[in-house]
Design a protein around this ligand. Structure first.
Ligand SMILES: *Cc1c(COP(=O)(O)O)cnc(C)c1O
Length: 389
């Protein structure tokens, strides 16, 4: 039927088979074996009891992950970038001021997102290889008294970790809400949402949580909830936390249908949280410290240098590594993939052409993998030296 109307012929789509690489970039990361199984579980209707029970499990797991007793905890159906949109759109109205502490590309992204929402976005910068002091931040808060401050906890473009202790109190002194990007730090770096006075955060499944990309957990404090309750503006429908909270039953058994969530991703997130709960956070944090200490020790033995000068500024999940002069970063990444089937990334944003970005986190956080990756990098360095002689 209608064959004569067909203007596009049937395309040839064949199987594409390739050997799975070891994922050691800043994300996406390898999946827990249990998560690979969880995504094949049955599809659930978005309005049945079983489905709402799974959402309840996820909310309990997220409260543990973030260390918060807040009720406004759920996951947005899209990747980490949707988390940026969600927290900013729900908390900061067009015309209000968002101060962005900028040291890497996620802060630049927050700036772009805020600008498009008609927000008065203001950036202040430090060199990308450092982190902020409370004094630097207080000076800007005092000047602007912004609605919110945006800052990235772990920055995967630079390999730095920002100290957050004391920042919440400082923000609240100036009537400012504290927004944190925890995408590449959560589960690997210690994090205490309530104790640190964090008002909103977002994260993603595809980094240390060991799940697939496409679902972005978010959380809001009591203070943030008040702001949302009293706001006069409407954020985009898909990201409106007032509807999402009713779909996720954050305030009792509301069971609103807002959109159809992806059952494989819901199962996956639940399974990631179960894995973290099984290990417990303090032990998982400690495992990341041990693994990265081993990786850094090996890198130094093999003559590699770190991009981030101060050890206390170095992120536990993503290490930025400097090659001896004369080496091509992209050639290094290519060789490591071709010869060792290990996937790492070159620099991004301020670190483009200046460093490699190596991520050892989540299910891959082990002494064996730290050794394997460091050995393969040493071999790559030798091979590229030889070929250029
Ligand atoms: C990966 C990453 C993001 C973006 O997450 P997507 O899932 O790629 O949208 C945001 N912030 C940081 C710090 C990241 O490392």
């Amino acid at each position: 039927m209608f064959a004569s109307h067909m203007i596009v012929p049937v395309p040839k789509i064949e199987d594409r088979v390739f050997k799975k690489p070891l994922l050691c970039g800043p994300g996406p990361c390898d999946l827990w074996p249990s998560v690979a199984e969880a995504v094949t579980r049955p599809v659930l209707s978005p309005i049945c009891d079983e489905f709402f029970n799974v959402l309840a499990d996820i909310r309990a797991g997220l409260k543990y992950l973030f260390q918060t007793e807040s009720n406004l905890v759920l996951a947005v159906s899209a990747s980490g970038n949707a988390g940026i949109e969600t927290v900013i759109a729900n908390l900061v109205a067009p015309g209000e001021t968002l101060l962005i502490a900028t040291r890497g590309i996620w802060d630049e992204r927050a700036y772009d997102v805020a600008k498009r929402q008609g927000i008065n976005a203001v950036q202040f910068r430090i060199p990308f290889y450092t982190t902020f002091s409370l004094e630097q931040i207080e000076r800007e808060l005092k000047k602007l008294k912004p609605t919110a401050l945006f800052i990235t906890h772990g920055d995967s473009s630079t390999g730095t970790v920002q100290n957050l202790v004391g920042l919440g109190d400082l923000c609240h002194k100036y009537g400012t809400l504290l927004i944190i990007d925890t995408v590449v730090s959560i589960a690997a770096e210690p994090f205490f949402m309530d104790e640190w006075g964090v008002d909103a955060l977002y994260t993603s499944t595809q980094k240390a949580l060991g799940g697939p990309a496409g679902i972005s957990p978010v959380a809001f404090s009591k203070r943030a909830e008040e702001k949302i309750k009293n706001r006069k503006h409407d954020p985009p429908f898909y990201f409106d936390i007032k509807f999402l909270a009713q779909q996720w039953n954050c305030y009792g058994n509301t069971r609103l249908y807002h959109h159809t969530m992806s059952p494989p991703l819901i199962w996956a997130l639940r399974c990631c949280l179960m894995e973290v709960c099984k290990i417990t956070l303090p032990k998982f944090w400690e495992r990341h410290v041990q693994t990265t200490a081993q990786f850094h020790k090996r890198l130094q033995e093999y003559g590699f240098k770190f991009l981030i000068p101060k050890p206390e500024d170095r992120l536990v999940t993503v290490t930025t590594v400097v090659l001896p002069s004369g080496y091509d970063y992209m050639e290094f990444v290519k060789y490591l993939r071709a010869k060792h089937n290990i996937l790492i990334f070159g620099g991004l944003g301020p670190t483009a052409g200046k460093a490699l970005r190596v991520g050892i986190m989540g299910v891959n956080s082990s002494i064996e993998i730290a050794d394997t990756v460091a050995h393969a990098m040493a071999d790559t360095l030798r091979a590229l030296t030889k070929s250029s002689l």
